[in-house]
Write a protein of this length. Structure first.
Length: 259
């Protein structure tokens, strides 16, 4: 059996005056080396996509983190300058893919911006600049460090007993590398909170009525997916779900030649 394939929606980036559709290397590496799957980068367009045409050709959906934020208009709020930067093409690509992947029981893993997109896609809302709220810690990345320092495992989250993630990582406390300034405010009705930070910030969710693996985490398991036990377990579980989905699909038979 060939390796199954997951779709990863791209971000729009501008380099040297050119527009790029890009995904950070750390997500592609984790998919390949920790989940054991291949990845297709899905270009981000604001219109013109056939979501089912994309999902017909893959076996899972991995929604990555990003420096951009989901546009507040998508959860009924007004945008201001500090809520940005925004990436409307990423929003227009990811949110429909998330909803259809859940509908079609295609395995889904959503990370950082991805958990926020998952929440908005299913009717939830987000809070910006959470470090300014009373009692909420500063979850932003530390200044003046290299990338390993930026993604260092430094925060404790509590995984709820009986949750989907507890079945993978075990219940109780784990250490993670969560760095963000936005977070879930109103949890979507179809989402179950799976893990919380010590200040009450939602750090993981699952889709209550999902017929396949459908989990979102606010932290970054992809960065240490090959060396950190919890990160590896999460990506391995996603990979297992993707392989199960791929194995259950009907094989595509080549068209018979016309005599």
């Amino acid at each position: 059996m060939t390796k199954p394939i997951v779709a990863i929606p791209a971000d729009i980036r501008n380099f040297d005056g050119a527009t790029w559709h890009a995904v950070q290397h750390q997500y592609l590496r984790a998919a390949l080396n920790a989940s054991g799957v291949m990845a297709f980068i899905i270009p981000a367009f604001e219109e013109g996509y056939d979501t089912d045409a994309i999902l017909d050709r893959v076996d899972g959906l991995l929604v990555s983190g990003s420096a951009s934020n989901v546009h507040p208009s998508l959860y009924g709020a007004e945008a201001n300058d500090k809520d940005g930067p925004f990436d409307p093409a990423r929003d227009a690509t990811s949110l429909p893919l998330i909803r259809r992947a859940i509908d079609r029981a295609i395995p889904l893993l959503a990370i950082c911006r991805g958990i926020q997109e998952l929440n908005v896609a299913l009717g939830g809302s987000l809070a910006s600049e959470i470090q300014e709220q009373p009692g909420i810690w500063d979850h932003r990345r530390p200044e003046g460090v290299d990338r390993d320092g930026m993604y260092a495992i430094r925060q404790t989250v509590h995984v709820k007993e009986g949750s989907c993630i507890a079945a993978i990582l075990g219940p109780g406390e784990i250490r993670v590398n969560s760095l963000h300034r936005q977070a879930i405010a109103r949890t979507a009705p179809r989402l179950q909170v799976e893990a919380i930070a010590e200040d009450g910030t939602v750090e993981a969710v699952s889709v209550i009525d999902a017929k396949a693996f459908a989990v979102g985490v606010q932290w970054h398991p992809e960065y240490w997916a090959e060396t950190d036990k919890s990160s590896n377990q999460l990506f391995a579980a996603f990979g297992d779900a993707v392989r199960s989905y791929a194995a259950a699909k009907l094989p595509i038979r080549p068209a018979q030649a016309i005599a």
